[in-house]
Design a binder for this molecule. Structure first.
Ligand SMILES: *[C@@H]1O[C@H](CO)[C@@H](O)[C@H](O)[C@H]1NC(C)=O
Ligand SMILES: *[C@@H]1O[C@H](CO)[C@@H](O)[C@H](O)[C@H]1NC(C)=O
Ligand SMILES: *[C@@H]1O[C@H](CO)[C@@H](O)[C@H](O)[C@H]1NC(C)=O
Ligand SMILES: *[C@@H]1O[C@H](CO)[C@@H](O)[C@H](O)[C@H]1NC(C)=O
Ligand SMILES: CC(=O)N[C@H]1CO[C@H](CO)[C@@H](O)[C@@H]1O
Length: 492
């Protein structure tokens, strides 16, 4: 069972945690870090999946190839004359749980909205091509995805008599960016957007991510990130001495004896271990339980508790204890930290392949559009050993995309969408202070019509999950704030 090291931006309909709901069999999503153990099928099939005939290439009128894109409908709240809410799918299967739960439905109920959710091309069951060859992945891009949304919006509106209704786009994380860009590029089709935790600025190097991880751990316990750093430094020292590998293999419960032949091998191992902390920080104490996610009780508090527990030995031993805790939580027998296995999985182009759950597709999008590499280049963060070159080289290894091509692609993404300098109206950008992604988001009002909603103390996409009694008051306020904006905008 290999862990993935890329960090998805999921939170909305795409939660990797639900991959098992749709997986074609054991192992399909094994590339996904630990959430793949979910066995929850409660929500399955409650909302019937439907299919939309979509164009393969929106930017070539001479190409008439089509494919079937999956979508879901919830008409329960619709009142004639009401708006249409469109939840945008992202880099994983569209999860029908969102048709029953989530803040957007609370808004829909109050506003009498029809609710639709469209799965993103190349994820889940929306397969535009026969396989995931690099050549076929050329049809995977945010621009094609936005054009899918535009075509879907246009055809659905015509067939259901909704052309004069006001359409509102919702999304969190990468789909949050899509929600903002949908309004930006197709203002005649979408009246307003809620772009939660949206990284609108593309960047090859994203060292700020791990800086936020430091601060988020420190906000629990000032010693915590220092202890993590000590542990990570000790591990780096030991990796210099191959006689320690047998012990390291045991401590971290590796599936096969540790072998470090290249920098890529050690970087992969170190990034995999750091990932335990990155994931927990990104999703700290959120309410994804409704989606059937396991491990939501592993919080920053829990990890820092282990890191401070002197009965477990030195910081290195506690770091190993964190790794084992994560394996136990997600029922992994051992940790596969072998880079060659990872390459083999990521280059498998079959829809039944081990990275077809989204890993191969999403990393392609980072290599061809966004970058977002969470490198250890900053001194103000706890980890060592996975530099930018390691992540950039994966683009060459997996898709034959060079460092120069990557840099150019990322620059072009910002040129096309405007990055932080997005010019539009009626888009709200909620951001959570402990979510590492807020560093690439809109965190201050751009104009009165492009407001940010800052939520102190919450993680990725918190405002989208169903409300709970224990929610922070500022989280409830943020939800209300977004509602008031929608109410106001729908009158315009
Ligand atoms: C491996 O661990 C054992 C006991 O935990 C210790 O005695 C030994 O010195 C370690 N070996 C190396 C090479 O560090
Ligand atoms: C988290 O919850 C699971 C199942 O509910 C439980 O087995 C586990 O001990 C809990 N872990 C922690 C650290 O609280
Ligand atoms: C890709 O994955 C599938 C499903 O696991 C497997 O049957 C196939 O052999 C793999 N292909 C390659 C080239 O490894
Ligand atoms: C990789 O890309 C280079 C330049 O873009 C090209 O010349 C080369 O043929 C490609 N290699 C493969 C294996 O596709
Ligand atoms: C952490 C962060 O950058 N938060 C910002 C989110 O948005 C608000 C505006 O509502 C800013 O004041 C915060 O600085």
């Amino acid at each position: 069972m290999a862990f993935q090291t890329y960090r998805l931006l999921v939170c909305t309909v795409t939660l990797l945690a639900l991959l098992s709901l749709f997986s074609l069999g054991e192992g399909q999503y094994k590339g996904f870090r630990k959430f793949n153990q979910v066995q929850d099928t409660r929500k399955e099939a409650e909302f019937e999946e439907q299919w939309f005939i979509q164009k393969l290439d929106h930017f070539n009128g001479a190409d008439s190839r089509v494919w079937k894109q999956r979508y879901f409908v919830n008409e329960a709240f619709y009142r004639p004359g009401g708006p249409v809410f469109l939840m945008i799918g992202g880099e994983g299967p569209a999860n029908p749980a969102w048709m029953q739960h989530g803040t957007w439905l609370t808004y829909a109920e109050k506003l009498g909205a029809l609710c639709l959710m469209l799965e993103h091309r190349f994820y889940g069951k929306s397969h535009p091509t026969a396989d995931l060859s690099t050549e076929n992945l050329h049809f995977l891009s945010s621009r094609q995805a936005l054009a899918d949304l535009a075509h879907f919006r246009t055809v659905m509106a015509a067939s259901r008599g909704l052309t004069n209704r006001k359409w509102v786009a919702f999304g969190g994380s990468y789909p949050g960016s899509l929600a903002a860009w949908f309004r930006l590029k197709y203002p005649h089709l979408v009246h307003a957007s809620v772009a939660t935790s949206a990284p609108v600025h593309a960047t090859v190097n994203f060292p700020e991510y791990l800086e936020v991880v430091w601060r988020s751990l420190a906000s629990e316990n000032v010693e915590c990130p220092t202890l993590v750093k000590k542990a990570s430094d000790t591990l780096i020292e030991r990796l210099k001495d191959p006689t320690t590998y047998e012990n390291i293999t045991k401590h971290f419960n590796l599936c096969s004896p540790l072998q470090i032949q290249t920098e890529m091998d050690s970087a992969y191992f170190l990034e995999t271990l750091a990932g335990n902390f990155m994931d927990v920080v990104q999703y700290n104490e959120d309410n994804r339980g409704f989606e059937g996610v396991v491990g939501t009780n592993i919080t920053i508090k829990v990890l820092c508790g282990v890191m401070s527990d002197i009965s477990l030995g030195d910081p290195y031993a506690r770091y190993a204890a964190v790794a084992r805790l994560m394996m136990d939580t997600f029922s992994l027998k051992c940790l596969d930290a072998n880079f060659n296995n990872y390459v083999r999985e990521m280059t498998n182009t079959s829809w039944d392949g081990p990275a077809a759950g989204g890993g191969r597709q999403w990393v392609y999008q980072t290599c061809s559009e966004f970058g977002f590499y969470q490198s250890t280049e900053s001194p103000n963060q706890p980890f060592t050993g996975f530099p930018l070159e390691y992540q950039v080289k994966q683009c060459a290894d997996f898709y034959n995309i060079s460092a120069e091509q990557l840099a150019e692609a990322v620059a072009q993404t910002n040129e096309y969408y405007g990055g932080y300098d997005i010019r539009s109206s009626r888009i709200v950008f909620p951001n959570g202070s402990i979510d590492p992604w807020h560093a690439l988001g809109i965190t201050q009002d751009i104009t009165q019509d492009l407001p940010a909603v800052f939520i102190r103390g919450t993680a990725h996409c918190a405002n989208m999950y169903p409300a709970r009694n224990e929610d922070l008051p500022q989280l409830s306020l943020a939800r209300d704030h977004v509602f008031l904006l929608l109410q106001q905008w729908l009158k315009q």
